[in-house]
Structures are given as structure tokens and as C-alpha cells.
Design a protein around this ligand. Sequence first.
Ligand code: ARG
Length: 483
Amino acid sequence: MEKIWKGRINKDTNSNVEKFTSSLNVDKSLYMYDVMGTIAHVAGLKKIGIITDNELKKISKGLKEVTKKIKSEEILVSDQYEDIHSLIEYELEKVIGELAKKIHTGRSRNDQIVLDEKLFAKDAIINTIDKVLSLQENIIKIAQKEIDIIIPAYTHMQKAQPVLLSHYLLSFFEKFNRNVRSLFRNFEDCDYLPLGAAACTGSGYELDRKLLKKLLKFKNTDSNSMDIVGNRDFIMDFIYSLSKIMLNLSRFCEDLIMFNTNEFSFIEIDEAFCTGSSIMPQKKNPDILELIRGKSSLIIGSLMQSMILMKGLPSTYNRDLQEDKKIMFGAYQETIDSIEIFSQLLKKIKFNKARIKESLSRGFLEATDIADYLVKKGESFRKSYNIVGKIVKNCVDNNISFGDLTIEELKNYSSYFSSDIYEMVKIESCISNRKVDCGTSKKNVLEKIESGKKIVNKLYSKQKRLFEQIPELNFLFNLHKTI
Ligand code: ARG
């Protein structure tokens, strides 16, 4: 088959070169976006008189036919086509004949591919937002259900202070919230029409870009043709967001893997989400969590790949850019899969309340609150800190806990101690003492659960509105009737 770029090249392409340069296996998944862009472009050509009404109609019908064939896999994806753009042009020719040769007037694969990738990214971002929001919903549900569980909070992997399990869970709600916000920003950055740039200096035809923008539902138009064909910022930004999601998931997984160890035994992972060992019959491994932690390295690697691909590229289009799709598609798919399975696993986690409670009694989690107690009675914080340090040391040396000390013994450390101390340093009091609005008091956490629900609903509505900025294939197929 003659190449669409045959032009000045006289020799047949070496068959290894065909294989090596073909991107069809990867970019075939862009076919819908390529068809959308083609119809809009042809409608643009009609508007400036390059194509007649009747021709637009024939091309639209032909493209509909080709799309059907690709969907039903009637068209074999093979090395005979270099990429999705040439596949569509040749297959269209099979359906409508010579007329198909007109569709490439005033455009280039260089601007075509940016369009396809932006349309793909817009869809992918909407879907990613959906998945993260659903995970956030699950987090809120668990936080609400388990509102009375108190766990130790850790810093440096050492017991620090008591905290509501729900407060801990909501810390991840916040992280994912930031991720959703950056995905919305990514969408905005994708929302610039690239068509019209052609190869690199702008189309030789005065295309009505406002019309193209409207048909393809972009909010803005990109403004410099040389920038347009070499711009992949929107891909790097999207993968950066995916990396941050995976990073947060990975940290969440790491916590859960630790809580699931025999030593902690804070949680139990549903057996349907565990795997066994081929040799040790007693094992129930948290492989899903480990895999997500492992996969996060792939996504972060993809971010690096996408940046390294760009670094040092000369201006405008270079064939290196063909490799960007593999990177983006892989990162997107792995992230979506990870969020989904993690969300399902999380829903089914059981919390071992007895074991968690037991862990609260060791580790002097109330130490900060004892110091705060003395401060409230009139002592300076630094002195209080030293007093409590001495008490803890004494308890450790004698293998007793704070509650074992009598009020007389405590008074030997500070005259500020009185019998209300025992009530003040109960684990529950340590929780309610954290009244600051980012703290773990139950009142505050319950408020955060309610506001979290509202945030998720609001973001879902915002996400639904993004669909208005996604073109519809059927509308475009019937464009010749309205334009
Ligand atoms: N397949 C290419 C890509 O994915 C687009 C085609 C541009 N090729 C070219 N030789 N100008 O980037």
C-alpha cells in the first residue's frame, strides 16, 4: 500500500522500518477522537468552500461506517498502517473512494495527534476524578461508622498521641482532595483547541478555529502553531497528578500493611483480597496493597519518562513524541485499576478493636496531655515537659503506667497536680482536648465528616459539568444536517 507520505521517497520502505515506526498498536485506542477531529476539520473546510455540502455528507457517512468497522474489529490492525490517522484515511477511501483524499487538506498529523491526545486526556481526567471521589466516599463512610475507635498516632514510627481512627482516615480524604483539585486544573489546561497548527507554522487555509473549537467543545484556542505541535505539558501534568494519587495510595497501603502484621493486628483484610503462599500454608498475604505500593513506582517512572522525552527536543514536532502515548496510557490504566481495587479492599477491612485498645495502654500516649494539664494549672510548658519526662522515666524503670502513681507521688513531681489529673489524662480526654479545628476531637471529626460529604457531592456535580466540554460523536456524524 502506498504511504500517505510517499511524496519524494522513491524506494519501498524496509519492512523492519515499517514495524519499527508503526504506532498503530498503541494509538488505535484514539480512533474515536481522530474521527471526531476529522469531521470537525472537514466541516471547517466546508465553511471556507474547499468541500461541498454533499462531500461533507459523504465523508461523515463514510467515517461512521469506518468507526463501526473499527469498533467491531472488522478492520485488522496490522503493520500495513503506520498509525491511526493513516488507517482512517485509507479505510475511508475504501468506503467513499477518491473523496477521502480531501480530508487531509490544511492539516497535519502533527496537530491531529495533539488533538487526539487532548481529547483522550479530557476523558481520562473525568474518569480519574470519578474513581478518586468514589474512594473518598468510602473513606467517609468508614470514618462515620468507626467514629468511636481510638488508635495510637505515630511519628517516627513511635507511639505519639491517641487519635480517632476516623481522623486518621480523613487525613487521606484531604490528600485525595488535593489530587482531585489538581485533576480539575489539568482538565482546564487540556481545554485549548490545537487544530489549525498543521505541521508547524499554521494551516495554509483560513480555517474558522472558533467553529472548530465549538464543534469539538473546547473552551479556548491554543495560539501559537509552533508551540502547539510540540506541546505535551498537558500530558506531563496529568501524569504528575496520577503520580501524586499513587504516592498517596502507596503510603496508605504501607500503613495498612503494617497494621495488618501479626505484631500490630489492628486490622484484618478480607480473605477475598488476600493471597496465600505456595509453601507456607499459614500465610495470608496483603499482596494487593504491596502491588499498589509497587505499581506507584511505575507511575512515578512514567512521569520521569515523559519529562525525559521532552528534555532537549528541538522545537515543534519530532518523532520522539510518538512514544508519549504508551507512557500516558500505561500510567492512566495502572492508576485507575489501583484506585478501584484499593477502594474495594478498604470497604471490607475489619478493625480489631480489642487489640487496638490494648495497644493504647502502652506507650505513654497521654504524656503531652499531662504536660498540658500542668500548663493549664500555671506551670510553664518547658518545666511541665521536664516533669513529665521524669515521671515517664520512673514508670518505665518500674514497669508501671501513669495511672498507677498515687496523687501523693505525683505531688512530689509538682505541686500543681491534684486528683482531677486522672480524669484529664484518660485516653478519651486526650481526644476531646484536641479542640483546635484541624484536631482529632470527636466534635471536630464529625463536622469534617459532614463537610466531607458536601465536598464530595459538590465535586461530583463539578465533574458532571465537565461532560459539557466533551464532544459527541453522534452529533458530529450528523453535522452535515445542521451546518
Ligand atoms: N504517530 C505520530 C505520533 O504519535 C503522529 C504522526 C506524526 N508523524 C510525522 N511523521 N509527522 O506522534
